[in-house]
Design a protein around this ligand. Structure first.
Ligand code: HRO
Length: 311
């Protein structure tokens, strides 16, 4: 039984990795992921300059997941590109991802131009779905903007690139977004980001839990697995076969990873639960998934990827 996977022509020893934003903001965090059983790592979404992010408290663990309104705190584009370039020299056997989330198209294009001209040989994840920058709507919910962004990007960017999408909740929206995405040479689509602008309350103190945006924040964890699986499945059913899918959302155990792959994912990312358990979680998840596959008689994830049955 093997957990290895391929995505956009790149080989990974393990089909699981971190989700951008969780335990990946500093070199120490990133080295911890590299030294774990994860098959790859993705950096915290970068902006051209370092950002402090939103006022605290801005993230809270909950009974079945978490709420966050971090506001894109990060050490800036150069910090993460430098880490990834060093990694290529010290650990050439692992392919990594760089996540970028400019607050304007110009910022995204500027970072992509620097990636294009750099020696970075991994994959780029263009985050179109940060729900927590006050005053900035999610690009992923503005289909004309998605078209404008991808047309501008692919006018010059030749390295492997995918997009991180927000969750959609209407079958027409799945049709519309995939009709756009299928027009571009995307290496992958990563679905989903947190379910935006949820609200969690402390009824004792009759107060919201986080400070930014009156308490509104992105929801992650077990709460969002049904939405995540539906998005992975709907995209897999509609995207050109050349566009791989990364499944993200609601993963707590090996069976959740199995379900994402059954829906069509070639790589599965772990966020909230990684935040709770740390990179050692990939030992547990790998063991659990291996046991599930062995019990079902599957040797590799290709044996069951996308093979969800309907009734
Ligand atoms: O507030 C954040 O930093 C954040 N939080 C999220 O839940 N998803 C994102 O893409 C980002 Cl960029």
């Amino acid at each position: 039984t093997t957990l290895k996977t391929t995505l956009a022509g790149y080989k990974f020893d393990n089909c699981m990795m971190n989700a951008a934003g969780i335990r990946c903001a500093t070199v120490t965090d990133l080295a911890g992921l590299r030294d774990s059983r994860a098959g790859s790592l993705v950096t915290k979404s970068a902006t051209p300059q370092p950002r402090d992010g939103n006022p605290e408290p801005r993230m809270r663990g909950l009974q079945y997941g978490c709420i966050n309104s971090m506001g894109l705190p990060n050490h800036g584009f150069d910090y993460y590109l430098n880490f990834l370039l060093e990694e290529q020299k010290s650990h050439p056997q692992q392919t990594n991802f760089m996540s970028i989330a400019g607050t304007t198209l110009e910022d995204d294009l500027s970072m992509l131009k620097q990636i294009q001209e750099s020696a970075f040989a991994g994959l780029t994840e263009l985050n179109l779905s940060c729900p927590n920058v006050p005053g900035k709507p999610q690009v992923g919910y503005d289909f004309d903007a998605v078209e404008r962004y991808l047309t501008a990007v692919f006018a010059f960017f030749k390295k492997p690139l995918g997009v991180k999408l927000p969750p959609y909740f209407d079958l027409m929206h799945f049709d519309q977004i995939t009709a756009i995405l299928n027009q571009y040479p995307l290496a992958f689509v990563n679905s989903i980001n947190s379910v935006g602008n949820g609200l969690m309350i402390d009824p004792e103190s009759e107060t919201v839990l986080i400070k930014p945006k009156g308490g509104f924040g992105g929801i992650g964890g077990a709460y969002i697995k049904p939405t995540a699986l539906a998005n992975v499945r709907a995209l897999a059913q509609r995207l050109n076969p050349g566009i791989a899918i990364i499944g993200t959302g609601g993963v707590q155990n090996g069976m959740d990873i199995f379900e994402h792959i059954l829906c069509g994912a070639s790589m599965v990312q772990v966020g909230t639960q990684l935040g709770f358990e740390g990179p050692k979680i990939f030992n547990r998840l790998s063991q659990e998934l291996t046991r599930i596959m062995a019990a079902k008689g599957y040797d590799s994830i290709a044996d069951f990827r996308g093979k969800l049955k309907t009734l």
